[in-house]
Design a protein around this ligand. Structure first.
Ligand SMILES: Cc1cc2nc3c(=O)[nH]c(=O)nc-3n(C[C@H](O)[C@H](O)[C@H](O)COP(=O)(O)O)c2cc1C
Length: 336
């Protein structure tokens, strides 16, 4: 339905370096959302966390960090959209090159480092969209720690971002799993995570209606640490988990780019799906799990559902397969 233009544009985009192609595409989607065809209405919404999702398929965090193209993602047919990661203070991210394609593996490798305009600016952008009634599907905001903030002050940093954005979001994600902010993944220790969640939940109670809060985990956690994080998230009143972020295991591809970063796309499917299943088996049915990592076709989406995902997100698959993947996965997920 909506994907034909990408087949035409892809060779030109792939002739550019990956980050330039990303910026060009995002600018086009931001400027021309209105010319995209409207999605076919989805028959039944999906109820999760007290929200009604247009479908089980969402856009993963990191593609639209600054919430520039929400109307376009809706028109392309996503049932929900997660924007961010944003941080309390605007920051430029790591020096380029910092985004790499690995086409043979349907994979991406990145060390973006939370380049974003900051929670205040992005929160206000969301507020303006709400004022215009331009938001038609649940929008999540993904929060990370500012690079300038030491880990010891992480809780206050997340709280500041939460206050600036949560009033305009449907759900909030605490991201402690990016490999590209030094020390961030140490915040997955149960002690650190508990302190951050206490601070965020305190801010959540200031809202007329509290938002569902989720934690996004790294696929590189040891099994017992994954389950400890799940327990902490539940104990602190979270609504669910997002599993998973990118992996630092470069051995999953033959010829990885030099330097540090996180690997996403097809090579991540098995690991992130196994982690998802492990958590589902541990937490039982009543805790929302969003499965993300390596979904590039209907079989991958079905694997996430079989492993216990209530909702599924994509990033890398969209780069390689284009918007037609949205239609394909929406249909696959509607059946299961
Ligand atoms: C270039 C790039 C930037 C990303 N930035 C973020 C981010 O800012 N926050 C976040 O939580 N995840 C981020 N991710 C991770 C994705 O949301 C997702 O968890 C991961 O890519 C696995 O899904 P995929 O295999 O479908 O790409 C990023 C991924 C890529 C490829």
């Amino acid at each position: 339905m909506s994907g034909g233009w990408y087949g035409l544009a892809k060779p030109a985009l792939f002739a550019l370096d990956a980050e330039t192609a990303h910026n060009v595409t995002l600018s086009m989607l931001s400027a021309y959302a209105r010319v995209l065809p409207r999605p076919d209405p989805v028959e039944d919404g999906v109820e999760q966390m007290g929200l009604t999702f247009g479908s089980r398929l969402g856009l993963a965090a990191g593609l639209d960090k600054n919430a520039r193209a929400i109307p376009a993602w809706q028109r392309l047919g996503f049932g929900f959209v997660e924007v961010g990661t944003v941080t309390a203070y605007p920051q430029p991210g790591n020096p380029p090159p910092r985004l790499f394609r690995i086409p043979d593996a349907l994979a991406l490798f990145n060390r973006m480092g939370f380049n974003n305009e900051g929670a205040e600016v992005v929160g206000q952008r969301l507020a303006r969209l709400r004022d215009k009634d331009a938001v038609t599907v649940p929008v999540g905001i993904n929060l990370g720690k500012s690079k300038v903030t030491p880990n010891a002050e992480a809780a206050a940093d997340y709280k500041k971002s939460f206050r600036a954005t949560a009033p305009y979001a449907d759900y909030v994600v605490i991201n402690v799993s990016s490999p590209n902010t030094p020390g961030l993944r140490n915040l997955q220790s149960t002690e650190q995570l508990a302190i951050i969640l206490d601070a965020v939940m305190e801010a959540n109670q200031e809202l007329d209606q509290g938002r569902p809060v989720l934690v996004k985990l790294a696929p590189d956690l040891a099994d017992e640490d994954t389950l400890a994080c799940a327990d902490t998230a539940r104990d602190k009143g979270c609504a669910g988990l997002i599993i998973s972020n990118t992996t630092i295991d470069k051995s999953l591809v033959d010829d990885p780019p030099a330097g540090s970063g996180g690997l996403s796309g097809a090579p991540l499917l098995a690991r992130s799906t196994a982690q998802l299943k492990q958590v589902r088996d541990h937490v039982g049915p009543d805790f929302t799990l969003i499965g993300v990592g390596g979904v590039t076709d209907a079989a991958g989406a079905q694997a996430k559902r079989d492993a216990g995902a209530d909702l599924v997100q994509i990033y890398s698959g969209l780069i390689y397969r284009g918007p037609r993947l949205i239609d394909e996965l929406t249909a696959a997920l509607a059946d299961g």
